[in-house]
Design a protein around this ligand. Structure first.
Ligand code: IMP
Ligand code: MG
Length: 183
């Protein structure tokens, strides 16, 4: 039975519910496990936004894996990319000759991910692929090759399931749109 989800007061509407998120993650995990069969991977979780996505995705991936974390900031408190990406926390281990799967919450302009890809590529991994929960292709300024994508979204600012607005609302179990009066 599908229980009705209580809407947070800041949320206008739910775009993707918890069950749909989990179903898509299982599919992604199957595809990723198939593609990396016989290999070992390092999941690079981009903090903070990808923390929930990574925790569910890693359990859906059946190849040997390690996990590492990188924190970057690109927006400050705005809902628009500043284009300036700062590393707040770097990886704790070398990725040289390793198969790296970057796990990110969302691509908007593409600036954040293309910057992360560039600095990780310079560390000579065996390969780099990208798995994003959401992609908003209409705003793309910098091309990023996305290998695995959970959901394609319209150009709307979304929150929940790790995605934040000014640091809040990451804990929502669904992905939703914030009411305009709160933005
Ligand atoms: P980009 O550099 O413009 O591609 O932005 C990527 C980063 O901006 C993501 O890692 C998110 O942290 C944040 N971001 C972009 N769009 C949204 C959104 O709709 N909701 C919440 N965060 C977003
Ligand atoms: Mg982020």
């Amino acid at each position: 039975m599908c229980e009705k989800i209580a809407l947070a007061p800041e949320i206008e509407r739910i775009l993707i519910g918890p069950e749909e998120i989990q179903k898509r993650i299982i599919e992604l995990g199957k595809t990723i496990s198939h593609d990396y069969k016989g290999e070992e991977i390092i999941l690079v979780c981009i903090l903070k936004g990808a923390f929930l996505f990574t925790s569910d995705l890693c359990r859906a991936i059946e190849v040997p894996q390690k996990m590492d974390f990188m924190a970057v900031s690109s927006y400050g408190d705005s809902t628009q990319s500043s284009g300036i990406v700062k590393i707040e926390k770097d990886l704790s281990e070398s990725i040289e000759n390793k198969h790296v799967l970057i796990v990110e919450d969302i691509i908007d302009s593409g600036l954040t991910l293309s910057y992360i890809q560039k600095i990780l590529r310079d560390r000579n991994p065996a390969s780099i692929k990208v798995c994003v929960l959401c992609n908003k292709p209409s705003n793309l300024q910098q091309h990023v090759k996305v290998d695995y994508c959970g959901f394609l979204l319209e150009d709307e600012f979304v929150v929940g399931y790790g995605l934040d607005f000014k640091g809040y609302l990451r804990n929502l179990p669904y992905i939703g749109v914030v009411k305009s009066e709160f933005r």
